[in-house]
Design a protein around this ligand. Sequence first.
Ligand code: SF4
Length: 381
Amino acid sequence: GQCLAVCPTAALTEVNNIPKVWNALSDKNKTVIVQVAPAVRVALGEEFGMNPGELVTGKIVSSLKNLGFDKVFDTDFAADLTIIEEASELVHRIEENKNLPILTSCCPAWVKFLEHQFPDLLDIPSTCKSPHEMFGAIAKTYLAKNMDIDPENMVVVSIMPCVAKKYEAARPELSNEKAKDVDIVITTREFAKMIKEAGIDFNSLEDDDFDNPLGESTGASVIFGTTGGVLEAALRTAYEWITNDTLDNVEFTKLRGMDGIKEASIKINDMNINVAVASGLGNARKILEDIQSGKSNYHAIEIMACPGGCIGGGGQPYHHGNLDIISERAKGLYKEDRSKKIRKSHENVYVQSLYKEFLGEPYGEKAHKLLHTHYHKRATE
Ligand code: SF4
């Protein structure tokens, strides 16, 4: 199906996880919390006759409350958290001039590709877990404690544009002694099916707001869903941390658009930081081969397996690789970014309190334990 057409880990066949979610929701002993990835909100509407790119964030929250989830949160919160960790790692590596370029690590299909095909480069991806995994790790510790529940009785459900996220959630390193970070992943299409199965009239739902504290997000986190967005978000934060100046124009337009490889050179103090963005694994391969052969002069590279990024993911409403549809979805995310009062991840006040109350220093010991991971060499398929 669609997954095999676009999912680079073609060994995966899509597992239907809807029954698992219904079971969790009907289990009185479980607290079931849900998070929604940024790319879902600009595509789900297509399943209900709307145009690509139409933002349905408020209706998503209403429908999830109607379906009976105990708390409805936003993966975007954790995308802001990812940026704090990833921008810290970037600044750290630039200062030490070590392990460069840093590669983004939030796309599990690309990470798996690297593990199989480029095992000599395993020390350059960021060690950050992806946002929904960071979310799960925080939910099962910080949130479980705040809600006074045993993490074993908490079920974390992720609604993702992605089929590879199902495989990612099962990686043994993405769990703690007591529980997996994320228990069940469903795709955007599965979510649409659940809404239909429950007989909810999606189009006439009133908007609702995410719960807190894991529901607040900035414009930077919203653009995670499109190619170039993760790097743009990281640069908004890294720029201010390195220069101690305010970044007035937060839009890095050279990193936007549907080209498979994009490049920019950003002046930060007296350094030129060279960055690149690749989407599609063929483009990723070119970039990685240049790194192997010593031809690459980049400091940071964002890589997404799906052309156009997660908005073009294999779990989204079918788009058949049509870049016009994917571009419309990107426009929806950039519109949401522009509508946010706060557009830099380090200004998310809920993320700031999470560090103050629980995590301590960004990129510190506790953050490493909960929010970072490692990679393995895997047999070539
Ligand atoms: Fe999944 Fe996004 Fe990677 Fe596609 S680009 S495989 S949707 S994480």
